[in-house]
Design a protein around this ligand. Structure first.
Ligand SMILES: NC(=O)C1=CN([C@@H]2O[C@H](COP(=O)(O)OP(=O)(O)OC[C@H]3O[C@@H](n4cnc5c(N)ncnc54)[C@H](O)[C@@H]3O)[C@@H](O)[C@H]2O)C=CC1
Ligand SMILES: O=C(O)C1=N[C@H](C(=O)O)C[C@H](O)C1
Length: 250
């Protein structure tokens, strides 16, 4: 029996690529393509068991709540999620009427990016300095990228667990924001450049040495194996899962 799938944000760059990938995947059946202006309810979801959301940060949380109410398990690639928003989804999934429903949210579905985040967190405790540089196409509406936020948080958590001091930085004046965003003490820099797709570099420094961890998505096809894996796995999960690593046996 096929898993029936709806795609929300189906007209977008990611959504349209996901529609193609679902149509080509064995054992999956695309039953609904929704985009802006379409109501998310049982009637418009065409009997979907799993819904995939690639929309915009401002609407994704509301979409997830509506999809759970409509009886779908949900896979989310859209960025912009906060701890408070995760908590609201956890609370929703804990209600009796949402019994059996599950949600998987991943800031990045590319294998190289998932590994880069994991390697950066593992390496973090061995280095005095760490910064994140993300580079994307100029049509991206949010900065820094969801991947960079997750990477910085992972590095910061590993440093805190190891009892490391704050990263060294003698900057006294930064009138133009040249030192970038600071996420849990880790500086994050965002580049927007025509020709790019999605890239990230984590630079870790010690006296006399540097480790660079880099991931490049040259094409949106890089995200598809992860999205399809998530669609196949989400029904086996419970509650809210954050990160594709949870279903990658890493
Ligand atoms: N997790 C991952 O691996 C990846 C995540 N992304 C994220 O996915 C999101 C989408 O990225 P793109 O496809 O490049 O953007 P896009 O702008 O090409 O597509 C967004 C689509 O969402 C639609 N939309 C807006 N509001 C909506 C609503 N209320 N209901 C239904 N559809 C609505 C738009 O009309 C548009 O078709 C972004 O947050 C991006 O950062 C992008 C690539 C990979
Ligand atoms: O908007 C994009 O393109 C991407 N968004 C995600 C993010 O913000 O991390 C994932 C990937 O970087 C591509």
């Amino acid at each position: 029996m096929s898993i029936t799938v709806a795609v929300i944000g189906a007209a977008g760059r990611m959504g349209s690529t996901v529609c193609q990938a679902v149509e080509q995947a064995e054992g999956l059946e695309l039953v609904a393509r929704l985009d802006v202006g379409d109501t998310i309810d049982v009637e418009h979801l065409g009997g979907a068991q799993v819904a995939v959301d690639f929309t915009v940060p401002g609407v994704t949380e509301a979409n997830v709540h509506a999809l759970v109410d409509a009886g779908c398990d949900v896979v989310v690639g859209t960025t912009g999620w906060t701890e408070a928003a995760y908590e609201r989804v956890r609370e929703h999934l804990a209600r009796p009427e949402a019994a059996g429903r599950s949600v998987l949210i991943a800031p990045n579905f590319a294998l190289s990016a998932v590994l880069a985040m994991s390697l950066a967190a593992r390496a973090a405790r061995f280095f005095e300095s760490a910064e994140v540089i993300e580079l994307h196409h100029p049509d991206k509406v949010d900065a820094p990228s969801g991947t960079a936020v997750a990477t910085a948080r992972g590095i910061a958590a590993a440093r805190a667990q190891a009892g490391l001091a704050p990263v060294p930085d003698a900057t006294q004046t930064d009138l133009h924001g040249a030192r970038g965003a600071v996420i849990d003490g880790i500086h994050v820099h965002a580049v927007r450049l025509r020709g790019l797709t999605a890239h990230e570099e984590v630079v870790l420094g010690n006296p006399g040495e540097q480790l660079t961890i880099r991931t490049d998505s040259f094409d949106r096809s890089s995200f598809m194996p992860g999205v399809i894996l998530a669609v196949r796995q989400v029904g086996w999960l419970e509650g809210l899962t954050v990160g594709l690593d949870a279903v990658m046996e890493m």
